[in-house]
Design a protein around this ligand. Structure first.
Ligand code: NDP
Length: 277
């Protein structure tokens, strides 16, 4: 019998998730169907109604994208620790009338950096720009990778400080504003987890943060050389990446959680990659 899954968001026409999960299902020989649902933004309870209806109709799981990650968190019966810390959910599993929830964005990002791109974070100086949902989701998986230091910089410094305080004791993490970065030396890995690139903007970072032999990672994907990646390249960084690998890896985590089989991500990443230049 075919099992049903879906991604829910609004808007949703841009989503690559049905393509990604379709390729995974083909490769892993899973009898499943995966569709995209445009979720209702109003009234407030409508999102939860659509999710419950999907589950009641036999749906096995859902991915959740903007703007519903917080609503999915709120309606879950059980949440993983990383979902609890991020306050956001990007994957749900429906089991015995209960909603189990997780957030695979951060672990997907770590897998892309460490496994696909070959930069183990242990002992490295890591800078994360931004303190929104994506940064929150990445925090715990980043600290579990044991960097020498994790610096979170954000325009609204109080948000970065609140994040750092939440994980105090889990690793070496500090928060700062962009103006402080000039004095903080170079980082082995700089991750742009702001949404600045979506509007063609650049977080106000000095080029002195980059090590030429380090890596610059842009969470947005398919946007070629964003202002952030261009700044890094002009600072001599050769190892540049965008978030397509993170997108595919988080999908693979959800797929493995639902189906008990880990799909091969490489061919799917290759298929979706838009060259930076
Ligand atoms: P949020 O809206 O939750 O957070 C936005 C963050 O960006 C905040 O820290 C905000 O700072 C900062 N910001 C926005 N504009 C600027 C600017 N012009 N200069 C400096 N900082 C800015 O967004 P998300 O965390 O959900 O998404 C962040 C990025 O990650 C997006 O590009 C998104 O596409 C990408 N993403 C990629 C995924 C993937 O699979 N590859 C998955 C999820 C997200 P402040 O708090 O000061 O306002």
């Amino acid at each position: 019998m075919t099992d049903h899954y879906a991604v829910i968001g609004n808007p949703i026409s841009h989503t690559k998730s049905p393509l990604i999960h379709g390729l995974f299902a083909q490769e892993a020989r899973q009898d499943m169907q995966y569709t995209a649902i445009e979720g209702p933004v109003e009234p407030d309870t409508a999102f939860a109604d659509v999710v419950r209806k999907f589950a009641a109709g036999g749906g096995k799981g859902m991915n959740v994208t903007a703007p519903f990650k917080l609503k999915a968190f709120a309606m879950a019966d059980e949440r993983s620790e990383r979902a609890a810390l991020s306050g956001a959910v990007n994957a749900m599993k429906f089991e015995g009338g209960r909603i189990l929830a997780d957030n695979f964005d951060g672990i997907g990002l770590v897998r892309d950096i460490e496994i696909n791109l070959g930069l183990p974070m242990a002992g490295k100086r890591v800078l994360m720009l931004g303190a929104g949902g994506a940064a929150r989701g990445a925090l715990l998986p980043f600290l579990e990778a044991k960097p020498a230091e994790l610096v979170i910089a954000n325009r609204d410094v109080a948000k970065a400080q609140a994040l750092a305080a939440q994980v105090a004791g889990r690793g070496a993490v500090v928060a700062c504003g962009y103006a402080d970065l000039e004095a903080m030396g170079r980082f082995d890995l700089v991750v742009n987890a702001t949404s600045a690139s979506l509007t063609g903007d650049l977080p106000p970072v000095p080029p002195s943060i980059f090590r030429p032999d380090g890596m610059a990672y842009e969470l947005a994907y398919g946007k070629r050389l964003t202002p952030f990646l261009r700044l890094a390249r002009n600072a001599g960084v050769r190892n540049l990446a965008d978030g397509v690998g993170m997108l595919v890896e988080q999908a693979a985590e959800a797929f493995a959680w639902w189906r008990g089989v880990r799909p091969d991500t490489r061919p799917v990443i290759d298929r979706l990659t838009v060259p930076l230049d």
